[in-house]
Design a binder for this molecule. Structure first.
Ligand SMILES: C[S@@+](CC[C@H](N)C(=O)[O-])C[C@H]1O[C@@H](n2cnc3c(N)ncnc32)[C@H](O)[C@@H]1O
Length: 231
């Protein structure tokens, strides 16, 4: 009770948080998963082909790929985070939910741990819920967020958009022709992020709303080198 009165979120006190019907352990380097992110999981499940492969960038607790792999036994994936401590948490959660054999966890910045792209990409779907809060806004966030979520999980640079061009450009190197990109966004960032995807050549770029009616995820379809979707 004292910890809660001092502004510590219930999930931090309990050391775990429910996401997509599963319980995820938290540590000080992992963002507490948010219900809004379940929209990204729903969209991913609709896009992944049979035996599909998934890449998650900035995995935190691993909630996104673990929820997907737990729902779809035929899917396998790779998850990356720049925080080694967050990855330890993701490994623990993957084992806890029985998907560790199908989820490879890699340490490093964005696509870096994958090495150089070789020819055509190998993933059917690339997803990310990157840090997207403007740096200047961080100090004004509620104390629950400001004092308990890791800044590395929140700070999206001066305009909050810094990760998006990196993620969208890198995904083009790693997606199979006909693959898809799903990026979580802040509720005011839909237009700006959609523009980033369109300017890079993604098609069918769509801004999806969450249950509160707010813009929450941008999706884009990656055509093959010849401009046609592979069949
Ligand atoms: C908003 S959190 C999302 C965590 C989790 N995917 C979720 O939805 O709850 C962003 C994550 O990106 C990671 N991150 C920040 N910069 C990164 C980078 N350059 N490369 C890889 N991961 C990064 C953070 O450590 C954090 O785990």
């Amino acid at each position: 009770m004292e910890r809660r009165l001092a502004g510590e979120p219930v999930g931090r006190i309990m050391g775990e948080r429910e996401f997509y019907g599963l319980v995820f352990h938290l540590n000080s380097a992992t963002l507490e998963p948010r219900a809004d992110t379940e929209l990204l999981v729903d969209l991913a499940l609709g896009l992944l082909p049979p035996q599909g492969s998934l890449l998650d960038l900035g995995t935190g607790t691993g909630c996104i790929p673990i929820a997907i792999l737990h729902t779809r036994m035929d899917v396998s994936g790779v998850a990356i985070d720049v925080s080694a401590q967050a990855l330890e948490g993701a490994r623990d959660n993957a084992e806890r939910h029985g998907v560790a054999a199908r989820l490879k966890l890699l340490h490093g910045s964005w696509f870096g741990p994958l090495g150089a792209p070789a020819g055509q990409g190998k993933f059917d779907l690339v997803v990310s819920n990157p840090p997207y809060i403007e740096t200047a806004v961080l100090a004004g966030l509620s104390r629950e967020v400001r004092e308990h979520d890791p800044v590395l999980a929140l700070d999206g640079g001066p305009d909050g958009l810094a990760p998006y061009p990196i993620l969208a450009a890198g995904a083009q190197e790693w997606l199979r022709p006909g693959g898809n990109l799903l990026l979580e966004i802040g509720s005011t960032q839909g237009e700006a992020v959609a523009l980033v995807l369109r300017s890079l050549g993604y098609v069918e770029v769509t801004v999806h709303k969450d249950l509160a009616g707010l813009d929450r995820v941008v999706s884009g379809h990656h055509l093959g080198d010849n401009g046609h979707t592979a069949v």
